[in-house]
Ligand binder design. Structure first.
Ligand SMILES: Cc1ncc(COP(=O)(O)O)c(C=O)c1O
Length: 454
């Protein structure tokens, strides 16, 4: 790890790509932002906060009381359980200062959001990364790697960049296992986009565990990234410790009123999120039908695990005026935007020969297994009620093959959507063992046929 690796790099802008490639209409899909500006009433509230004798000439409320009260009401907790910050990134900076000293140990999954490593390193703590299983954090291995010096564990759920989410049972297992004095940060920046039923909100853990810090942001679903508003849900003591480490007036008056108004308009926020989720599913299914296995995204982006072909794929996108986020040697992350922007992404992947070029490096099953699975998973053919049967079939298949059963299998059988189940099955085999996938696909097909005959 060099010093340069410990500097946060933002997603490239459309203007940068336009200049490099001589383009005019590039679209930025590199930072997981929402494609729309603030809701009209939120814009109105911001304008009012700027103007007049009580506008931005005044300092904001230092305790952000109205905003914290609105957030607390939204989550049905009391206001002492809420700390607000300049984005969840700002709160991460406060958290590492509250929890870490020189020589402490920090655990993160790999890959995950870059700020965890960068900010932890500021304190002199050492950061260890635990390789994920396919695209999902390996909770069992994280637990196995805990030490008495481990003071922070970061778990983004859904994870950036892989877009998969952890089941609440897995989060609880980590929380139960960590040593005394270790805080688990459950970063739910993308929680609003989750549709898998096995993923519940981390705030459910706060009443049982005093060592959990749940992070949320207004930057994603609320479309307010430029205003920098994040919050932390946790036990009072942790909230007080983290709050004590903020700079005064760190959440601006515009941010405070915008956050309150956006929560008041939660129905409209959800309607926008639904549009993004529908587009995510459309894009994901189209990619799978091209014969490229894809994990089930629970966020507002998709993760293309192109391995050593990632830089080529990112460049192909950029030449076509789509700005993705490259993770060299690992994959390419692409934000879900407006339908015509997403179509541009699909056009890149449909360029003749590209899928064939990518396939050898792609980290999930490609070709016929991926195509057949995508075809079988079509919502008009199979519905969620089959997820349970498929989960069982998968467990049986693994046991028969003498393979370890993935710890989250019970979460899958507990009602995860069929598509998500299938995608995770593809993840777990990590491209190495299609026999398992083929067994599952056969089971699914039989289950589907039986249902059709009813
Ligand atoms: C997992 C995760 N956490 C936190 C953040 C930071 O968000 P904010 O804008 O609230 O600082 C991001 C931003 O991309 C993210 O992906």
């Amino acid at each position: 790890m060099t010093q340069a690796d410990l500097v946060y790099r933002a997603g490239r802008s459309a203007a940068e790509i336009e200049e490099i490639y001589g383009l005019q209409d590039a679209v930025k899909l590199s930072s997981n932002e929402l494609p729309w500006g603030p809701l009209p009433s939120v814009q109105e509230a911001i304008v009012q906060a700027v103007a007049g004798n009580n506008g931005v000439n005044r300092y904001p409320d230092i305790h952000a009381t109205a905003l914290r009260t609105a957030i607390a009401a939204h989550h049905h907790v009391t206001v002492e359980h809420i700390a607000v910050g300049a984005g969840s990134g700002g709160l991460l900076a406060q958290l590492v200062r509250a929890c870490l000293d020189d020589g402490d140990d920090v655990l993160i999954p790999d890959p995950t959001f870059g700020l965890y490593r960068i900010m932890s390193s500021w304190t002199g703590a050492s950061v260890r990364a635990v390789e994920s299983v396919g695209t999902t954090a390996n909770a069992a291995e994280l637990i196995a790697q805990l030490r008495t010096e481990t003071k922070l564990v970061f778990l983004a759920s859904p994870n950036n960049p892989t877009a998969t989410a952890l089941g609440i049972d897995q989060l609880a297992q980590v929380l139960e296992a960590v040593p005394v004095g270790c805080t688990v940060v459950v970063d739910e920046a993308y929680a609003d986009f989750v549709r898998a039923s096995h993923v519940m909100q981390g705030k459910a853990l706060i009443s049982s565990f005093d060592n959990v810090a749940v992070l949320r942001t207004f930057s994603k679903a609320h479309g307010l990234a430029g205003l920098r508003i994040g919050y932390l849900l946790g036990r009072r003591r942790l909230v007080a410790q983290v709050s004590a480490l903020s700079t005064p007036f760190h959440v601006s008056s515009m941010a405070q009123v915008a956050g309150v108004e956006s929560l008041r308009r939660h129905g409209e926020v959800c309607a926008r999120v639904d549009l993004i989720v529908a587009e995510r599913e459309r894009v994901s299914n189209a990619i799978r039908r091209l014969g490229l296995g894809l994990s089930q995204s629970q966020a507002n982006f998709v993760w293309l695990p192109a391995g050593e072909r990632s830089a080529d794929l990112a460049q192909a996108c950029e030449r076509a005026g789509v700005v993705p986020r490259l993770f060299p040697g690992q994959g390419v992350r692409i934000t879900i935007g407006l339908p015509h922007d997403n179509d541009r992404v699909l056009e890149v992947l449909r360029v003749p020969g590209l899928v064939e070029q990518l396939a050898p490096a792609w980290r999930l099953p490609t070709g016929e297994p991926a195509r057949r699975s995508a075809e079988l998973a079509r919502p008009d053919r199979l519905d969620d009620s089959l997820a349970d049967q498929c989960g069982r079939a998968y467990r049986d298949a693994l046991e028969r093959l003498g393979k370890p059963v993935h710890p989250s299998i019970d979460a899958w059988t507990a009602g995860q959507s069929f598509d998500a189940l299938l995608a995770e099955l593809l993840d777990t085999t990590d491209g190495e063992d299609f026999t398992v996938i083929e067994t599952i696909v056969a089971n699914i097909a039989t289950a589907g046929r039986k249902r059709d005959q009813l």
